[in-house]
Design a protein around this ligand. Sequence first.
Ligand SMILES: *Cc1c(COP(=O)(O)O)cnc(C)c1O
Length: 232
Amino acid sequence: MQERIDRIRDEIAQAAASCGRDVREITLMAVSKTHPWDAVMDGYAAGLRLFGENRVQEVEAKFPPFEERPDGMQVRLIGHLQSNKVKKIVPLVDGIDSLDSLKLAHLISDCSMRNGTRMPVLLEYNTSAEDAKSGFESEHDLFDMLDHIEELPGIVVRGLMTVGPLGGDERTIRNAFSLLRTVRDRCKARYPSLDFSTLSMGMSGDFAWAIREGSTLVRIGTRLFGARDYTT
Ligand SMILES: *Cc1c(COP(=O)(O)O)cnc(C)c1O
């Protein structure tokens, strides 16, 4: 585990150096989906702190309650969230990185307020126009949600997230990441009082390109934990 982490960190540093970026701008999220709690703890022991999970039931089954988690461990939801699971997930995670509709934003905000917290969120954007993917489908829909932000005191916007095209050549993949950066810049200009500092993009196969396109958060599963039995 330590070797794999060191290697990923090296590659992140190289990608950052290759485009003149400061490596400290880039956070490594370990995507532990389908891997057991023991794997999470191996990663934690080797220095990983931020974990990503894509299913509500899995977070519930795998992670102990907040007060029993190791110091500094954070877990965020990165997979599509169904309305009927909002109540369950809000008390279990440090953030929701896959917010993709105004309706969901209302539900998360209301639930967080009732719990006496505010939930950090990333807005997921579909940069590859693949129907199977979640995420806001257009800038219009994204802005429509952000236009309602005053009604959503229980969420705190931190930035945007995308899943790049699965497959495709370097140009296609980088175009998707570059689109997210452009959308982020337009959000910043339009909503200057909101925080869009996080740009979550890049996975095991494409994180170096994502960093060159401005990623500040890479989500790495396979390269840290090995292959998964099933993919989601
Ligand atoms: C599974 C998953 C990842 C990690 O994918 P790898 O290719 O295994 O690194 C990243 N982001 C999301 C949203 C995922 O579902």
